[in-house]
Write a protein that binds this ligand. Structure first.
Ligand code: GTR
Length: 422
């Protein structure tokens, strides 16, 4: 007993010291040497020369590796048990759009989960393509529209948004309108759909409060080591939104572009990799666990992300803490799982924590898989100048400024989506 307590104190002490002493590397000359895995060579060393070999062998083995070791697999199927249109109007945005607020419900093992999709669609008699993305603080924060319902789910406090006691109120309505260029999307002929991510799995180190618990048996408290963390749970939610879109007569479900920023940009990539119904993927400032190469260890690292957010990835991912070399994949291969569908990776100049160069390299080195399909990746291996987007099937830009989503970002996404998806 005394020995256990001693060992525990010892471990805590060194953990705290290690954390206090750890500094992110922002020096390019200190990036370790590493060899990037070849997306077109199987784990057993066979060269992949055709789309068929990619789709039959290589793509599934990469996807499986990611499921077992990084994000975690979803332990089973869970279909929508009911769809409820909570509210609908044909007079949103000054009459330019229709609005729907649709609640999806799920039931399993005497547990239930509900989340609400807020949808705006331009008025037309055709089915429309849609941008789908999670928001961080509730659907009512991303628009000034007074009719948007306020979520009752747990939320992280943010006093500058008037969010206290982990509850959303009227006070935070519209506080995040700056991140969503909704009118620009509508004017360009796109619909827009969003969900508060905390309704699918609250972003806490507790996997008993989100969708995972619907799969628990007996007194299980957490998923198995190879099963879903929060990112995979959020990605699961996006696929269920897609299930709904397939039933919505106003939406062209073959043209849904999944978008996400930061942790939700990691999520959009993982959703697009798993669910090939998504027509395109946008990953904005997604950094470590998103578009950035792990093996560069620039800014946020595996150890650091697992320490700050132990619930985001599956438990097996902790085996790679401070051991990036052991990974037989890297994030260019996650991006390649989206191929041949269009993918857009974006960085911000001052967002060094997310490693803009590593994000660029992730996008660049996905190229060979796109080329196998005759699609255009990023042609040049040097990062483009700030605010000069590369708009190919694989698209990339680095914008001036900080970790954020801006109108500039949306203008590029809309322009790219008009070319490759609409
Ligand atoms: C940071 C985290 C990043 C990024 C970001 C966010 O604290 O280290 O990986 O995901 O949060 O989601 O805002």
């Amino acid at each position: 007993m005394i020995r256990t307590v001693f060992l525990l104190l010892f471990a805590i002490f060194f953990g705290v010291v290690a954390e206090a002493q750890w500094k992110p590397n922002y020096d390019e000359s200190k990036v370790p040497e590493f060899k990037l895995p070849d997306p077109l060579k199987t784990f057993s060393g066979k060269k992949v020369r055709s789309v068929k070999q990619w789709e039959k062998k290589r793509r599934p083995e990469i996807l499986d590796y990611y499921q077992q070791n990084i994000y975690g697999e979803v332990p089973g199927k869970l279909a929508i048990s009911s769809v409820d249109v909570l509210e609908e109007s044909s007079n949103a945005y000054g009459g330019k759009a229709i609005r729907k607020q649709v609640e999806l419900s799920f039931e399993k093992n005497k547990q239930s989960l509900h989340f609400t999709i807020l949808i705006y669609l331009p008025k037309t008699d055709k089915k429309v393509p849609v941008f789908l993305g999670y928001n961080f603080y509730g659907n009512h924060t991303i628009t000034d529209d007074v009719n948007v319902l306020i979520s009752t789910a747990w939320v992280d406090n943010n006093p500058s948004f008037g969010i206290v006691n982990h509850q959303l109120t009227e006070q935070s309505r519209g506080v995040r309108t700056n991140r969503w260029a909704i009118e620009k999307m509508l004017d360009a002929g796109f619909g827009f759909a969003t969900i508060y991510y905390g309704e699918v799995d609250p972003d806490t180190n507790d996997l008993t409060d989100g969708v995972q618990r619907l799969f628990y048996v007996d007194d299980q408290q957490q998923p198995a080591d190879n099963e879903w963390g929060s990112i995979a749970a959020w990605a699961w939610g996006l696929s269920r939104a897609m299930d709904y879109f397939e039933q919505d007569e106003d939406i062209d479900a073959s043209k849904v572009i999944v978008f996400g920023h930061s942790r939700l940009g990691k999520t959009s990539l993982w959703a697009g990799a798993n669910d090939q119904r998504f027509a395109g993927v946008i990953s904005n400032n997604s950094g470590c666990g998103g578009a950035a190469l792990f093996k560069r260890q620039f800014g946020e690292t595996i150890w650091r992300i697992n320490r700050s957010f132990p619930h985001w990835f599956c438990d097996n991912f902790k085996n790679f803490n401070n051991d990036e070399k052991k990974l037989v994949v890297d994030q260019h291969e996650l991006i390649a799982l989206v191929a041949p569908r269009p993918v857009y990776v974006a960085s911000a100049e001052e967002d060094q924590w997310a490693d803009p160069k590593g994000e660029f390299m992730g996008a660049y080195y996905a190229g060979p898989v796109y080329e196998l399909y005759g699609k255009k990746g990023i042609q040049n291996d040097t990062q483009p100048p700030v605010n000069k987007p590369i708009i190919n099937t694989v698209a990339y830009h680095i914008r001036s400024g900080v970790h954020d989503v801006t109108d500039f970002d949306w203008e590029q996404y809309i322009n790219w989506a008009q070319k490759f998806i609409q």
